[in-house]
Design a protein around this ligand. Structure first.
Ligand code: ZN
Ligand code: ZN
Length: 283
């Protein structure tokens, strides 16, 4: 049974439960290592990340929970930090806060220009995503996707976060191959090139299990076909529910574990006493 979850949101950002409720859900589910990872504040207006004013409270709250639940579960203080393709950078504030965190997840949620009030998102809605591709790539989906994966690779190579979040988030609104076909050669080659870059770093690639809970049919991140490719390149993995509510704390964990084993993965990585350690799958 998988023992960890390093991708957990709360009412500090766009989650619906408190940090403590998420911790209690993790304990009830039998997890032994849990990472809290609210969305880091963005340097532009938005309604889904933590507010800057709450940062100190968040860090203090996690510290208190660590002490309160020390005998029941190992808790870690992380944040999901945005990398911006247009800036090839994360926010300056994130750089200041990172040394105070136990671990980092880095993800890309935006496309195009990340300043002003009209930022486009990959995962907000299909319409917003499509509008962003129109606006910044003249509707050329392929050009955007190539840029996206180059962005993922440079993010990992520049910052080497502990965890790379939802590597193929761009498929979130691709039901019925609305934007692209994952079986196309150009797409798979683009992904493989990105994986080659990731394999040269110490970053763990996240198996993100929570998507179907929010949009049925999307599947896990990364897509099934990518797992054997990752295994071939010996890319280390972690597990995260991208949990936005207590009901998502171990969502589809058993299916994910079975599939990883089927693809030849024998271990995943977990924080134990503050250090990343390999853990056997299937026990
Ligand atoms: Zn995310
Ligand atoms: Zn998330």
């Amino acid at each position: 049974m998988l023992q960890a979850n390093y991708h957990i949101h709360s009412d500090y950002c766009d989650g619906s439960n408190t940090l403590e409720e998420m911790v209690q859900a993790g304990i009830a589910a039998g997890l032994s290592s849990l990472g809290l990872s609210s969305h880091f504040p963005l340097p532009f207006a938005n309604d889904w990340t933590m507010k800057e004013d709450n940062l100190e409270n968040y860090l203090t709250d996690v510290k208190k929970l660590k002490e309160k639940y020390a005998s029941q579960i190992e808790l870690y203080c992380g944040m999901e930090i945005d990398y911006f393709i247009d800036r090839q950078d994360i926010s300056e504030q994130a750089k200041i806060v990172i040394p105070r965190l136990d671990y980092t997840i880095m993800s890309i949620h935006t496309l195009g220009k990340t300043s002003g009030d009209d930022v486009s998102y990959i995962d907000e809605s299909q319409r917003d995503f499509e509008r962003g591709i129109e606006k910044y790539y003249q509707g050329d989906v392929q050009a955007f996707i190539k840029d996206y994966y180059r962005g993922v690779e440079s993010m990992v190579r520049i910052f080497e976060p502990d965890i790379l979040g939802h590597i193929d988030l761009i498929k979130k609104y691709n039901q019925g191959n609305y934007f692209f076909n994952e079986n196309d050669n150009w797409y798979q080659e683009t992904v493989r090139a990105c994986l080659n870059g990731i394999a040269k770093t110490t970053t763990h690639l996240e198996i993100n299990t929570g998507t179907n809970l929010r949009i049925p049919g999307v599947g896990r991140y990364p897509s099934d076909w990518m797992i054997p490719e990752m295994k071939k390149k010996n890319i280390p993995i972690t597990i995260g529910g991208d949990s936005h509510s207590v009901g998502g704390i171990v969502y589809e964990y058993n299916q994910a574990e079975a599939y990883l084993e089927k693809c030849g993965y024998h271990e995943y990585w977990m924080l134990k006493k503050g250090r990343w350690e390999a853990q056997p799958l299937g026990v």
